[in-house]
Write a protein that binds this ligand. Structure first.
Ligand code: AMP
Ligand code: ZN
Length: 155
């Protein structure tokens, strides 16, 4: 028996309120909703977080199918949230403990936003303004270097 709570939910060992499932992805209601209809979209494959999703040559055909199915399910659940609750929707994805992740099995939160409904917790816009253009450019350069390094590694 897995000690991952989401693997256990997907296996049916722990109950959940399921909204959608296919061969590769399951969506169910979050037990601690930030708004009515708050859903979690979860791949059946146990990937810890987005940073550990196989990429490049390390990604098998099944990994690629799961990656595509995950985006498709996130799209479907978001469109359905808009249809069902008459407003908008937000995505939340927490990668890593520092990112606020509490369940180490990759998942996307789809949080419906009804008109006049609750606003999910968010970072404060502008809270981390750059002190100067040079600081902004240094942050961008650091980010771009990491992107280039990942691409050079084939992921
Ligand atoms: P995160 O902080 O992004 O890792 O989110 C994990 C989410 O899983 C939280 O919003 C929890 O409320 C939710 N959660 C934890 N256990 C369960 C469960 N048994 N069924 C449904 N949702 C759960
Ligand atoms: Zn798992």
């Amino acid at each position: 028996m897995s000690d991952c709570i989401f693997c256990r939910i997907l296996a049916g060992e722990i109950p959940s309120t399921r909204l959608y499932e296919d061969d590769r992805v399951v969506a169910f209601l979050d037990v601690n909703p930030m708004a009515p209809g708050h859903a979690l979209v979860v791949p059946r494959r146990h990937w810890t977080d987005l940073a550990s999703v196989p990429a490049g040559a390390a990604a098998s055909a099944e990994d690629l199918e799961t990656r595509a199915a995950l985006f498709e399910a996130v799209r479907l659940l978001s469109a359905a949230a808009v249809r069902a609750f008459g407003g908008g929707a937000n995505l939340l994805q927490c990668t890593g403990v520092e990112g606020g992740q509490t369940v180490p099995h990759l998942h996307f939160h789809v949080i419906p936003r009804a008109p006049g409904g609750p606003v999910p917790p968010a970072f404060e816009s502008g809270a981390a303004r750059y002190a100067s253009d040079a600081e902004r450019d240094a942050v961008a350069a650091r980010f771009r270097a990491a992107i280039e390094a990942l691409r050079a590694e084939g992921r």
